[in-house]
Design a protein. Structure first.
Length: 387
């Protein structure tokens, strides 16, 4: 049985604006992921016939993202036909879960070489919640008054008393940190330029950040989820806000604090992490960059749904025999500003350790890929700090 899962490398595409006209919109998501896989193979002189599995997260799973996109992308990258592929869905945590499963396979001794990550071209997917909340399962909706994530984020801000000013300040900080990271070349090692089928460059840089964004700029943006919250589902007697509040009877109304600037950006992108056992790495001359000590996941109350990052981090370090003080850098997906503020409140970690190179409010959140991107980002940052 192996005792360690080693990270050999981590690479990603740039994040392209998730709309027609975005840099990656015209490139099929299989091709975006395939080009990351091609670069990973080339840089590591990888014999893809040795790959035990290609595990990829993807949230949409239909249309261009269907038919097991992990396997399709490996074929498109001209990897060995022996390299299998599987696609999973854990919402915004899909890419991280893919890496978790890869690490588990290696630590168990079942596998020696795994490539894990994720992909999402949000410009080429159907709108979120196109299938309805809880996939229109009336029985489940009667049990849990599930609402959209934006409403849930505003509910967190209301319960925790996070102000619009606090959320906007965090978003401005994310933009500023991202600007410094880009100017200093901190993402360069991981970035894989993506090409069109004719060989022309489609995108070679993250195009979602807005350098120079200030709190005053953000203060002029209207709330994004006010009209959604006031909407009534077909046949419903309550608005969506009222539906959410029924799970929290102590709250009179939801304060609308989130908008396009302090929520994660809609983008396209893909990422891949190369994992190996110590024996495989040693016998093939691979130099590991890190090892995975522990993983953990936590569920949370499904109406508010976005409060698990803190409890998950606490569970993870406890199972690893560590404390939060032992951690040099944290990456917390900036799905919404309130999610990060809640993480900081739950863990009491130093904000200067969290998302030090910015996050999804600046860079964007390609849902299935983001978790793997965060792993690569923190890996590069720890190496930069010689940790």
């Amino acid at each position: 049985m192996h005792t360690e899962a080693l990270i050999i490398d981590a690479m990603r595409s740039p994040r392209g604006k998730g709309k027609p006209g975005g840099g990656l919109h015209e490139v099929h998501p299989q091709r975006v992921l395939a080009q990351v896989l091609e670069a990973l193979r080339e840089r590591n002189e990888l014999d893809t016939s040795d790959v035990d599995d290609v595990i990829m997260g993807c949230s949409s799973g239909s249309g261009d993202h269907s038919m097991d996109i992990a396997r399709m992308a490996a074929l498109d990258a001209d990897w060995s036909l022996d390299a299998p592929g599987v696609t999973l869905h854990r919402f915004c945590g899909s890419g991280q879960q893919a890496v978790n499963f890869g690490a588990m396979g290696i630590r168990s001794g079942f596998q020696d070489l795994v490539v894990a990550g994720g992909v999402e071209s949000m410009s080429r997917t159907a709108p979120l919640h196109v299938d309805g909340f809880a996939a229109n399962n009336a029985h489940l909706l009667a049990r849990y008054n599930v609402v959209g994530q934006g409403i849930a984020a505003d509910l967190i801000a209301t319960i925790e008393e996070f102000s619009r000013q606090e959320c906007d300040q965090l978003a401005a900080t994310s933009q500023a940190r991202t600007q410094v990271a880009i100017e200093m070349g901190r993402f360069d090692r991981a970035l894989v330029p993506i090409h069109c089928d004719d060989g022309a460059i489609a995108l070679d840089h993250d195009e979602h950040p807005r350098p120079g964004t200030t709190v005053a700029d953000l203060g002029r943006l209207p709330p994004s989820f006010e009209s959604m919250g006031a909407h009534r589902r077909e046949g419903a007697l309550r608005t969506i806000d009222e539906t959410a509040l029924s799970a929290y009877p102590g709250i009179d109304e939801i304060h609308q604090v989130h908008h396009a600037g302090n929520s994660s950006g809609v983008v396209d992108g893909a990422a891949a992490v190369l994992l190996a056992s110590p024996d495989y790495a040693r016998s093939h001359g691979m130099v590991p960059r890190a090892r995975i000590r522990m993983t953990a996941v936590v569920g949370t109350e499904p109406v508010i749904m976005l409060t698990a990052p803190g409890p998950a981090a606490i569970r993870c370090v406890e199972r690893a025999g560590m404390t939060l003080d032992d951690i040099d850098c944290f990456e917390v997906n900036e799905a919404f500003a309130a999610v990060v503020l809640k993480f900081l409140r739950d863990t009491e970690v130093d904000p200067e350790k969290v998302n030090v190179n910015g996050g999804a409010m600046a860079l964007g959140h390609p849902i299935g890929a983001t978790g793997a991107m965060l792993i690569g980002t923190v890996l590069d940052e720890l190496e930069r700090r010689d940790r």
